[in-house]
Design a protein around this ligand. Structure first.
Ligand code: ADP
Length: 246
C-alpha cells in the first residue's frame, strides 16, 4: 500500500552563524493535503521552504520525499523528483505570451526554447491548453504575460509549475496583493490542485488560511509551536500568546 505520507521532515535544523533559523523540526505532510505554515516574522517559514527545495542546505536532519532524501540533492534534482516552488515575486517572462511561458516550463522546454530544434508537439499544445484552463487563462494564451493583472501573473506562475506535474507544490503568500475575487478563485484553484497532489502554503491572511487549510503548522523561533485543524490552532494558548505578543 502507498504510504499516506508524501513528505517526512525529521529533526531538521539549519544554523546561520550559530543562529538556528529552523531548529529540530518534525513535519509530516500527507498526500492530497493543503498544509498552511503560519508564524510571526522570522519564525523560519521561508527558510523551511528553502530547505525543502534545496535553496538552503540543512545543517542536520532529514527531508524524505516519498523514498528520496532531499537534503543530499541539488535544486534541479529536487524539481525532477517532483517538488515545485513558487516564490512571492512572479518569475515569468513578461515579453513572452502566456502560451510561450507555459511551453518553456514544460519538462525539457526551457533548455531547448528558442532553438531551431524546439518542436511543440500536439501533446505539449494539449497540456498547455489544459493548464491554461486550470489557471483561468484560457482566453489569454496569446497575451503578453506583462499585460496580465497581478493576480493573473501569480496564476501563470502556478501554471508554469503545474505543467511540470509536481507531486508537491510550495507557495509563498500566493494571494498577497490580490483582489477578493482573485483570492476566491485562488482558493478554488488550490483545492483543485490538491485533488491529486500536496500543497504547502505560507500565508498571513487568516481568512484565506481558513478557506484552504486541511491542517495548519505554526512555527515560532524555528520550532514547531502548534499543529492541527485551524479551529484548534486558533484557540491554542501558546499561539495566541505569540501572535498577541504577551
Ligand atoms: P519567516 O519566513 O518566518 O519570516 P525566515 O525563514 O525568513 O522567517 O527567517 C528566519 C530567521 O532566519 C530570521 O531571523 C532571519 O533573519 C534568519 N535567516 C534566514 N535566512 C538567513 C541567512 N541566509 N543568513 C542569516 N540569517 C538568515
Amino acid at each position: 500500500m502507498t504510504s499516506p505520507i508524501l513528505l517526512a521532515i525529521e529533526d531538521l535544523t539549519v544554523s546561520f552563524d550559530g543562529f538556528k533559523a529552523v531548529d529540530g523540526l518534525n513535519l509530516y505532510v500527507e498526500r492530497n493535503e493543503v498544509r498552511v505554515v503560519i508564524g510571526p516574522n522570522g519564525a523560519g517559514k521561508t527558510t523551511l521552504l528553502d530547505l525543502i527545495c534545496g535553496k538552503t542546505r540543512a545543517s542536520s536532519g532529514s527531508i524524505m520525499f516519498k523514498n528520496t532524501e532531499l537534503t543530499k540533492l541539488a535544486e534541479n534534482q529536487i524539481v525532477k523528483a517532483g517538488v515545485g516552488r513558487k516564490f512571492q515575486t512572479p518569475s515569468i517572462y513578461e515579453n513572452l505570451t502566456v502560451r510561450e511561458n507555459l511551453q518553456l516550463s514544460y519538462p525539457g522546454g526551457r533548455t531547448v526554447f528558442g532553438s531551431l530544434f524546439f518542436k511543440v508537439t500536439e501533446k505539449v499544445t494539449e497540456r498547455v491548453r489544459e493548464v491554461a484552463g486550470e489557471i483561468f487563462l484560457s482566453d489569454k494564451l496569446e497575451t503578453s504575460a506583462g499585460l496580465l493583472s497581478h493576480g493573473q501573473k501569480q496564476w501563470l506562475e502556478i501554471g508554469m509549475l503545474l505543467i511540470q506535474d509536481p507531486e508537491l507544490l510550495m507557495l509563498d503568500e500566493p494571494v498577497a496583493g490580490m483582489s477578493v475575487s482573485e483570492r476566491e478563485a485562488t482558493a478554488d484553484l488550490l483545492r483543485r490542485i490538491s485533488n491529486n497532489r500536496s500543497v504547502i502554503v505560507i500565508e498571513h491572511d487568516m481568512d484565506f488560511v481558513k478557506d484552504i487549510a486541511n491542517k495548519v503548522t505554526v512555527l515560532h523561533q524555528g520550532k514547531l509551536l502548534a499543529e492541527g485543524k485551524m479551529e484548534d490552532v486558533q484557540n491554542n494558548e501558546k499561539v495566541i500568546e505569540v501572535y498577541l505578543g504577551h
